[in-house]
Design a protein around this ligand. Sequence first.
Ligand code: ZN
Length: 326
Amino acid sequence: MSTVLTEPSNPTSTSVAATPFDNYDLDSDIILLSKDAVYFYVHMLLISKASDAFKGLINLPQTKSPALDADIADSHKDEIKDGLHVIRMQDTSAELNMLLGFIYPSTLCPGSPSLDTVEEMKRAITIAAKYDIDVVRHAVIRRLRGEGPIPQPERVFAFVSRHGVGEKEIMMAAAQRTLEHPNPTSEFPELQDTSGLPAVVRLMRYQQECRDAVRNVVTDLAWAPPVNPCRFCSRRTNTDIVFRNGPDNAPGYWQDYMNRVIAQLHVRPWHGIVREPHIVSMALLKVTPCNTCLPQTPIIIAALDQYSKALAGEIRRRVDSVDICL
Ligand SMILES: [Zn+2]
């Protein structure tokens, strides 16, 4: 992702964005001017293909795009620089950098925009909604639903629920992500929402509904692949879970695994917990005391891996079915 060469502190002093938005190959055909006075030399074909909001720019100076009504100041419609029309935007240079970083092919603009902080997430969500660009929307959703850590997803959720009209898919993905470590706190500025049902209440209600949705995932095992029974360590731990192969032959490691999963699901109805190392490795420790199970350890590790994947899929499926009340 390119960065802006200079961030002008004085709005009357202008600068030019970094490559590839500096007209380095002289084939740009329109200029976007950020509200903090950075010129971005861009290509109408690329930006108008990405967002209908830019389509009206092709017919400049005749009309402006309805979606950008608030953004294009009439008084600057005819500004020309290097022979190109200058469109004055309401977006900051950081926002334009991100928007164009998503629009431009990676051959021209290497590296996707980073979505590693709450501020970057909020910026991307704003862009997705304002310019109605699916590639940005999907990048946010992929990031929220992916494996990488997400800092403070509660803030992302609250931001979307307050500002992101029409961005329900992102709001759902952010709400789901809070299930990893449910800790809604009204200390986050975005959760200080007094209009309608406060975001923090909506989120807590949603989290509870997700806990309810996954509650019987470990008692109703219709989804589950079978586990090798063992009649020698089957009664080592106490459990209410019904073993798929029958109530009497649930191996000790499996009971231990399920008990740890249940304890976590009461608090965190998050599919990722079932494969967390402390849960899986603690269960595997229960293999060693059983002389029947011990020689099968490699098989058990593979079986538990397959089992946990199926369990994660089932948890995710159930959580996906929970809607958030708006
Ligand atoms: Zn055993």
